[in-house]
Design a protein around this ligand. Structure first.
Ligand code: G6P
Length: 596
């Protein structure tokens, strides 16, 4: 979801911004652009496509101050004209978010004589700035932000100001200082190697960065202050380190993500924090686990495991549905928000909605300084490290571990938590074995030539089936569905023919026999079948019946998705590569969706 960056006081603004944009590109890659202050004017370069498309055009750019943008299109298709920065009069602006009242503002401004060059909602911001500018930059910015509704992180250049202005409302922006220069960016990794000290801006704040100094005020114009701290080592941007893509690199990092997440749970006293809040609340009557995309799938898996451990109703819901539903959640509810980025608008708003209903809110997130942590009563860390590939892999496994430990702590049986922590000591090795031993090439070839790929499972294997299907669709664009194995015969079986492939996931012996019947039904109708199972779990007959058979090491049910998902991630990755897709930057997607 759009990445923005600003800098002032650097040697060459264009080169600095370009480097930062490369690290922000995972947030959107429909177009990119840079504007610099040079010789008293603003020079803008913007192009449809990836950040690299800017390179030839920025070679000649001078200036020590500038702003940059990498876009995930919301309003207006990807094009040069719709690319940011939007420049008019004395100003240039980059924007992350959505201006919800842009249509009425655009009409007002057009009636006043402004010419619009793009179909974006963002362009109204630059015209508003010009409208309100009478030589006082602060006044112009304040008047502008007070007219905007929606979500916006902005970086602004004004030809009469030697630095840049950053504005934060509902979308993230971090400011930084280092080597006499000043910076702002949508996330910390983009500031690595540039800033030494950083501060996370709060909603409703404006930063004026110029001449080696940053001052802050709020939307009423009152001075505000922010505490800077050293840029954390964990925010270092990831590099490929010899891997062809981030997706396969990050799959290989699953064992480390599991280990780090389990050890952070212990070192950050999460069990104690959970016990305290549980006691303070007098226990919980029900639990809602919420997230979007892959995070919703880990929420769903955790709900199966949580209900078994807590013996109270535990349900999973997509955040986009929860936030607008008349939910019965209340003071007795524990609401667990799951989000890799911690910035997904639907998830953050769902958590706020749960809080308004009186629920206790826990955030399970991979980003320690993200928006969701500001809403939560307790934060449970996922320590997967920076994840670059748009399709989540290692963060999913980290979420499974963090959520399982959370439920094991809440069930107040010290043996449940102890045995889970003990098992986690060897889970990394099971994952490593799955990563190195799984032979997925033939299945990936079958996926690549299939008209549809259906993933089925029962119990804990059903959420994994959903995740396997999502992964394949995201990175290879091969259509399909994830389905509860028992439901297949109630409709989707109509789609099965010789051109389709069904992947059955089996990690439980008893349920495995039931899933095996579904595979029989598919094969009898000419469909091709693959089985992904825990060692010793699948009925013998299935080995002969299925065209492809992949075994991974077994583990306990609550943690099983962290292992059984690996072959599915590998299948999705290889299918994408076979079909010539870029698995790291799938079309139409962005890693962090900070708008509705
Ligand atoms: C986007 C990404 C998905 C991700 C989802 C939730 O849609 O493309 O890969 O699972 O957002 O992101 P979060 O950061 O909240 O886990």
């Amino acid at each position: 979801m759009c990445g923005i960056i600003g800098c002032t006081g650097v040697k060459c603004a264009a080169k600095t911004l370009y480097r930062g944009l490369e690290d922000l590109e995972y947030r959107g890659y429909d177009s990119a652009g840079i504007a610099v202050l040079d010789c008293g004017g603003i020079i803008t370069v913007k192009r449809k496509g990836r950040v690299a498309a800017l390179l030839p055009a920025i070679e000649e750019l001078g200036g020590t101050t500038g702003i940059g943008h990498t876009r995930w299109a919301t309003h207006g298709r990807p094009s040069d004209a719709n690319a940011h920065p939007h420049t008019a009069g004395a100003f240039s602006v980059v924007h992350n978010g959505i201006i919800e009242n842009y249509a009425e503002l655009k009409k007002e401004l057009a009636d006043e004589g402004c010419t619009f060059f793009s179909q974006t909602d963002s362009e109204v911001v630059v015209h508003l700035l010009n409208k309100y500018y009478r030589g006082d930059l602060k006044e112009a910015v304040l008047s502008t932000v007070r007219r905007l509704r929606g979500a916006f992180a902005l970086c602004i250049l004004c030809k009469d100001y030697s630095g840049f202005v950053a504005v934060k409302y509902c979308n993230p922006i971090i400011v930084g200082t280092g080597g006499g220069a000043l910076f702002a960016a949508s996330d910390m990794p983009a500031l690595c190697g540039l800033a030494e000290n950083v501060a996370v801006m709060q909603d409703g704040q404006i930063a004026f960065a110029a001449e080696g100094k940053i001052t802050f005020c709020d939307f009423s114009g009152e001075a505000a202050s922010l505490t800077f701290s050293t840029l954390p080592v964990s925010a270092r941007p990831a590099r490929l380190c010899g891997f062809p893509h981030y997706m396969i690199k990050e799959i290989n990092e699953i064992p480390a993500a599991i280990k780090a997440t389990a050890s952070a749970f212990t070192s950050e006293n999460c069990a104690e924090k959970l016990a305290r809040i549980q006691k303070k609340r007098g226990g919980f009557t029900d639990v809602v686990v919420c997230g979007c995309g892959t995070a919703f799938h880990s929420a769903l898996a955790a709900a199966y495991c949580g209900e078994e451990l807590l013996k109270i109703p535990v349900r999973a819901e997509t955040a986009g549905e929860f936030r607008y539903r008349k939910s019965s959640a209340g003071a007795g509810t524990l609401f667990i928000a799951v989000s890799q980025s911690g910035e997904t608008a639907d998830t953050v708003e769902a958590a706020r909605a749960a809080k308004r209903l009186g629920a206790c809110v826990i955030a399970v997130t991979n980003v320690a300084y993200s928006a969701i942590t500001g809403v939560a009563d307790v934060v449970i860390p996922v320590r997967a490290g920076v994840e670059i590939c748009v399709a989540a892999t290692k963060s999913y496994c980290g979420q499974i571990v963090a959520l399982a430990l959370t439920f094991a702590s809440l069930c107040q049986s010290s043996s449940a938590l102890k045995s889970m922590l003990k098992e986690l000591k060897t889970l990394g090795a099971a994952c490593s074995a799955a990563i190195t031993d799984c032979r997925v090439e033939d299945v990936a070839r079958a996926c690549a030539s299939s008209s549809g790929v259906y993933f089925i499972g029962r119990g804990m294997d059903y959420p994994v089936a959903l995740e396997g299907s999502l992964k394949l669709k995201e990175v290879s664009y091969v259509p399909g569905e994830g389905y509860p194995a028992g439901e297949l015969k109630h409709g989707t079986i109509a789609l099965i023919d010789g051109g389709t492939l069904t992947v059955a996931i089996i990690t439980d012996k008893t349920l495995g026999e039931k899933t095996a019947s579904a595979v029989e039904q598919i094969c009898s109708r000419g469909g091709r079948a693959a089985v992904v199972c825990f060692k010793g779990c699948a009925p013998l007959s299935l080995k002969e019946r299925a065209e492809f058979f992949i075994e991974v090491p077994a583990c306990s049910a609550c943690l099983s998705p962290a292992v059984s998902v690996i072959p599915l991630q590998l299948i999705a990755y290889r299918t994408a590569v076979i079909l010539g897709r870029d698995p790291d930057k799938p079309r139409n997607l962005a890693k962090s969706v900070t708008v509705e």
